[in-house]
Design a protein around this ligand. Structure first.
Ligand SMILES: Cc1ncc(C[n+]2csc(CCOP(=O)(O)OP(=O)(O)O)c2C)c(N)n1
Ligand SMILES: [Mg+2]
Length: 349
């Protein structure tokens, strides 16, 4: 395991070891495995489609970070709200958006989750409490804080999970949001997915503080660093944070250390990092490790695993066919669904 993945915390509660005999059920492991495989296979197909020019524009894949998406499905509830950055396909799938509507959205088709007008960075689903995909680095941090304020105002117990990358941690909006959220004890879980790089720029080159969870200390916000290559560790971290927030004590900050195996976007050859560094993360790939663990610890059988693999392959092939065969949106629909207010006055021809 790379040294960078060591757990650290400013929280008084101690992180429990994940090395002990598993306390998770077969169903939980199979669920994590299925989500991680869905995300990986979905994005491998998307990269293939991109190479065939079936997908245009930007495409930032999540490959390597799947353990975070998987653990989100078990550590928060469907009623919790979630907003994230543009590297979002995996998180959206984990929230329950279906692979057909996500693939169609990548293809810019009218059957996509936002009718083909959002593309890779702008999935959205009210039904899934999924507030998207944001292309402006860090823009979702105040948005998530505002969602938390709405939840507090309504008196719910729901969290506003607000995810962003290490690059976004440099934005002034983060500091304003953290301050406001702590002052008003808003029910927000901030998660920085620290994959080590913002485009080609490493955390070490942009910050004197390399352990990003320490940013929370300035606000007395409980903060922890979590191993993002392990669904168990991510689940436990989010669960701890969620318990704290739901008890009314206000925000929590998790730095989840992870890695993206591919470049920043499809056009990035990733020459700013060494092969050895990439290999050190491939060696702890969460899909491979989870599969091995399930077999070694007799949590699941090879038959269970093969079944999931076959189902996911069929699902992703179907999503690809669905996206390929769907129509593009009509030009006449350009101004539909853009604003909630029907007579929004600033639309011009
Ligand atoms: C406000 C703003 N500045 C710059 C950009 C250009 N940009 C797009 S992605 C990116 C890097 C962000 O990295 P990080 O937050 O670590 O997310 P990751 O890509 O690693 O998931 C930058 C600088 C942008 N989209 N928005
Ligand atoms: Mg990053």
């Amino acid at each position: 395991m790379p040294e960078t993945l060591v757990k650290k915390s400013t929280s008084k509660k101690k992180a429990k070891s994940t090395k002990a005999k598993s306390k998770y059920s077969k169903a939980t492991y199979l669920k994590w495995y299925e989500i991680m495989l869905r995300v990986r296979k979905f994005e491998e197909k998307a990269l293939f489609a991109y190479s065939k020019q079936l997908i245009r524009g930007f495409c930032h894949v999540y490959i390597g970070q799947e353990a975070i998406a998987a653990a989100l499905t078990t550590a928060i509830t469907a009623d919790d709200k979630l907003v994230t950055a543009y590297r979002q396909h995996g998180v959206a799938l984990a929230r329950g958006l279906d692979s057909k509507s996500c693939m169609a959205e990548l293809f810019g088709k009218s059957t996509g989750c936002v009718k083909g007008k959002g593309g890779s960075m702008h999935f959205f689903s009210k039904e899934h409490n999924y507030f998207g995909g944001n292309g402006i680095v860090g823009a979702q941090i105040p948005i998530g804080t505002g969602i938390a304020l709405a939840e507090q105002y309504r008196g719910t117990k729901h969290l506003a999970v607000t995810m962003f990358g290490d690059g976004a941690a440099r934005q002034g909006a983060l500091y304003e949001s953290f301050n406001m959220a702590m002052t008003w004890k808003l029910p927000v879980l901030y998660i920085v997915e620290n994959n080590g790089y913002a485009m080609g720029t490493s955390v070490e080159r942009t910050s004197n503080v390399h352990d990003l969870y320490k940013i929370g200390s300035s606000f007395d916000m409980p903060s922890e660093q979590i191993d993002g290559m392990s669904p168990e560790a991510v689940h436990e971290g989010i669960e701890r944070a969620a318990k704290h927030i739901r008890s009314g004590k206000g925000p929590y900050f998790l730095e989840i250390k992870t890695y993206r195996y591919k470049g920043h976007s499809v056009s990035d050859p990733a020459k700013y990092r060494s092969k050895e560094e990439l290999q050190s993360y491939l060696d702890i790939d969460p899909i491979v490790i989870t599969e091995e663990k399930m077999l070694n610890d007799k949590i699941a059988t090879q038959k269970d695993i093969d079944k999931i693999k076959a189902n996911i392959k069929a699902e992703i092939d179907e999503a690809f066919e669905f996206a390929s065969n769907s129509p593009f949106p009509l030009g006449s629909e350009l101004y539909d669904d853009n604003y909630v207010q029907e007579d929004y006055p600033f639309i011009m021809d």
